[in-house]
Design a binder for this molecule. Sequence first.
Ligand code: PA5
Length: 446
Amino acid sequence: MENIKLDYSKTLNFIQEKEILAYQDEIKNHIKALYNGTGKGSEFLGWVELPSAISYEEIKDIQSTADNFKKNCEVVVVIGIGGSYLGAKAIIDALSDNFAAAKPTKDPLVIYAGQNISEDYMTELRSLLNTKKWGIVVISKSGTTTEPALAFRILKADLEKKYGKEEAANKIVAITDESKGALRILANQEGYKTFIIPDNVGGRFSVLTPVGLLPIAIAGFNISDFVKGSVDMQDNTHSNISFEKNIAAQYAAVRNVLLNKGKNVEIMANYNPKLHYIAEWWKQLYGESEGKEGKGIFPASVDFTSDLHSMGQYIQEGQRMIFETVVSVVKPNTQVVLEKDDANLDGLNYLSGKRMDEVNKMAELGTILAHVDGGVPNIRIELPKLNEYYLGQLIYFYEIACGISGYILGVNPFDQPGVEAYKKNMFALLEKPGFEEYTKAIKAKL
Ligand code: PA5
């Protein structure tokens, strides 16, 4: 098996190799702190050794639960928000046919709810479910998050109306805390099959728990290969791996050197629409982990070449605070060869005999060179193929690099105190019992 690769040579017009290497010893210590639990947020480090800790029995249990859904459902609704849905969505989208929703598939279509509070979204989802055999995977670590709780209340009632309470309970799986939260109480009372999110694994680091693995298995993908990829990346990013071979250490160092030079926005770019949600997952991972205490690199993303016709202008010539990280897939899973056209009215015969991917790769290379010329340093991450194994590597690479990078910044990468502010205001505005004082205060501001 190959490994995913990192190339930061196109940052070296802007920063020096010695500035990157200066982080070597510090990073070794940060990796040790992540493993030994001696750094900030040490109560949330369960994810560090998660890949190598997943047992055969756990995988078997997840797979057999997924097989049950496959037998009985055309559609499975995964209810969750943030870290409780983005990882699964990122991996499933990366591995799925772009048009899966419109094609017959042997595995259930996985769709999502509880990641927004839009009434139209819910209405349209319910009208689809009305015509399908369906089930629910409800995911909430705290078991108290408003968005998924709201969606679950509505969809649980629909499912019970359709199948009766008892049969509906067999079509619901809850993934939550072992003992705390409203969802745990409900799941125990209703007798749902449950999986546990370990206490020491935060939402955005939970893809390698049932939170990610169950939906991925339901969608028909190989979770053993996915876990194997992450185990191999764990082995390759340990503190005993030299800096020259440790791509997570390199990535964390380079982005922090760039930040020190005023490059405080990182744009993840892809040339394959299947990777759109990988960027969404990454933005949550890095945004929520690093954006605190007035610090952090702002994570943004673009889908190329589409966004070269919109955001491309800003990246090329706007404020010079950006660096770009391209995630590139070496080999597409299929081939499209361009044929000769005798009339050649579109002038494209110079491309005949070439694969569409050759054009895409030249667009990628041409863009990287243009952006570097325009003052945008470039990091490139290369996946040999889009499959479960390399995506497993990618996920763990980003997680461990995030832990290292957060420690370089000096923040606690494993909390998210800032996400409470909107909740407090929303509850106050909705006059939730217990929020009376806040309600009075917020109403005075309106
Ligand atoms: O990363 C995180 O911790 C958050 O994004 C959570 O995953 C998100 O807020 C959902 O929380 P919960 O799983 O408790 O419903």
